[in-house]
Design a protein around this ligand. Structure first.
Ligand code: UGA
Length: 471
């Protein structure tokens, strides 16, 4: 029996980031969960208690629920249809050429499941989709299912963040139910009885609004980030400090400080593709003002990467070819090994394309980055990455990097020049340790009297010294 007294039989279709996390969290709420995927390798790993990606807290919860017998994995859609009364669709909706969402996996999931649906069933979409998709999927499922009109469909968008996936799933800010019947609403309220009893608000609405809530939320977050990044540009031209500005405007409750961290902009598997897909939908529907807004947000965001490349070029004297550049962080954000649309990896690619010699470090994302960009050199510690570097770029703000001893690192580099593209290192500490520090949107860190505002005139002679361990 579930914690809330309503243990349901639930299936989860797709065991990627969203699906595996959802399956584990549903089981942890006390439900009986059977998850299905067409990728046999993923299924086998998950059944052994291994998450195929880095997500703090997920593996222990996966093992706990496997051991408790509440969570199982299969490759059979017939088994899933037979087992569950509520089926969560959690497959990916990647960006297609042209920017719109590719719904191929969703269609395939419904096509695989529907022919086995012989009784009253609720399908629940969680994937991020263009508005109007839910109705099409409902018609598609009903047409292929022996149960026909007994198959209902709801939309229940997911708002989890990578790195906080478990917490966001078990204790979300809100739960959205897009439904066309009371029956679906009631079924979803039973599924989520535990968080609802704990006070998480639930909002019931139509399918279209539920679909839009998700893309609107991600678009707003992306807009906030691009807003603070254009403020960073403004600060750079005026000598103002964007971090102080963000702090000051963020204290206004109506604005809020979250998602106002300036720097390299947003990446990952969600925000960039979601704003492009939403822009596509807006264009199809003739909402040109939204097309304009989202185009500006995207352009500003991609401009941050070019800005980081330009700052690096300037720091090494104008020509990148042959310059040794150390990069700290390649994941699209800290606490993740995800490199999808990673701003850092994009910067690395652009620098390498101009002939720079790149040495890269990341606490967890290097295996994924090495598969995507085998031409970069991957170093197993911060010190090894920075050895003989002419400039060090801080591109993903892992907590480990805030613990680096700048004085020790200064001893292994060729030039103590830091570009803190994520604006999170202690610039005065690095400056005091002899580094020339450049942070987007902030006045240049003053170096000791007489040398301020000067990049080192030329690299110090290359030294062969043992590098310090990673910070
Ligand atoms: C995002 C949303 O935050 C989730 O609510 C949503 O469920 C998810 O997409 C999704 O659609 O599945 P996520 O992609 O995990 O979650 O990452 P975020 O924490 O939103 O960060 C996105 C990017 O924005 C990162 O590259 C991060 O470095 C950047 N960012 C974030 C900034 O540049 N500045 C900020 O102030 C905040």
């Amino acid at each position: 029996m579930g914690r809330n007294g309503h243990a349901l039989k639930i299936s989860v279709i797709g065991t990627g980031y969203l699906g595996l996390t959802h399956a584990v969290c549903m089981a942890d709420l006390g439900h009986q969960v059977l998850a299905v995927d067409v990728d046999a390798d993923k299924i086998q790993k998950a059944a052994r208690g291994e998450a195929p990606f880095f997500e703090p807290g997920l593996e222990p919860l996966l093992r706990k629920n496997l051991d408790a017998g509440r969570l199982r994995f299969t490759g059979s859609f017939a088994a899933v249809a037979d087992f569950a009364d509520v089926h969560f669709l959690c497959v990916g909706t990647p960006q297609a050429a042209g920017g719109h969402a590719d719904l191929g996996y969703l269609d395939a999931a419904v096509d695989a499941l529907a022919p086995h649906l012989t009784r009253k069933t609720l399908l629940v979409g969680k994937s991020t989709v263009p508005v109007g998709t839910a109705w099409l999927l409902r018609a598609r499922a009903r047409a292929a299912a022996p149960a026909g009109g007994e198959v209902d469909l709801a939309w229940n968008p997911e708002f989890l963040r990578e790195g906080y996936a478990v917490r966001d799933s078990l204790a979300p800010d809100r739960i959205v139910f897009g439904v066309t019947s009371d029956r679906a609403d009631q079924a979803l309220r039973l599924v989520y009885a535990t968080p609802l009893a704990a006070g998480v608000p639930a909002l019931t609405m139509d399918l279209e609004t539920a679909e839009l809530v998700k893309v609107a939320a991600n678009s707003f977050l992306a807009t906030k980030i691009s807003f603070i990044n254009v403020m960073a540009e403004m600060c750079e031209t005026t000598g103002a400090d964007v971090l102080k500005l963000a702090e000051a405007i963020g204290m206004d409750d109506r604005i809020g400080r979250k998602f106002l961290s300036p720097g390299l902009g947003f990446g990952g598997g969600c925000l960039p593709k979601d704003i492009r897909a939403f822009r596509s939908t807006a264009a199809e529907r003739g909402v040109s003002s939204l097309v304009g807004l989202l185009t500006a947000v995207d352009t500003i965001n991609l401009g941050r990467r070019q800005r980081a490349v330009a700052m690096t070029r300037e720091a090494v004297g104008g020509v990148l070819a042959g310059k040794r550049i150390a990069v700290l962080g390649v994941a699209f954000k800290p606490n993740s090994d995800d490199i999808r649309d990673s701003p850092s990896l994009d910067v690395c690619r652009q620098l390498a394309a101009e002939g720079a010699v790149m040495s890269v470090h990341d606490p967890v994302a290097m295996p994924n980055a090495a598969r995507a960009e085998p031409g970069l050199r991957y170093a197993d510690s911060v010190g090894a990455a920075a050895e003989d570097a002419e400039v060090v770029l801080h591109l993903t703000e892992w907590a480990d990097y805030r613990a680096i001893d700048p004085a020790a690192l200064a001893k292994v580099v060729a030039c103590p020049v830091l570009i803190d593209a994520r604006c999170t290192l202690d610039a005065s500490q690095w400056g005091a340790a002899g580094w020339s520090v450049h942070v987007p949107g902030q006045p240049r860190q003053q170096r000791p009297e007489g040398t301020q505002n000067a990049w080192p005139a030329r690299p110090r002679a290359r030294r062969r010294q043992r590098a310090p361990a990673a910070g």
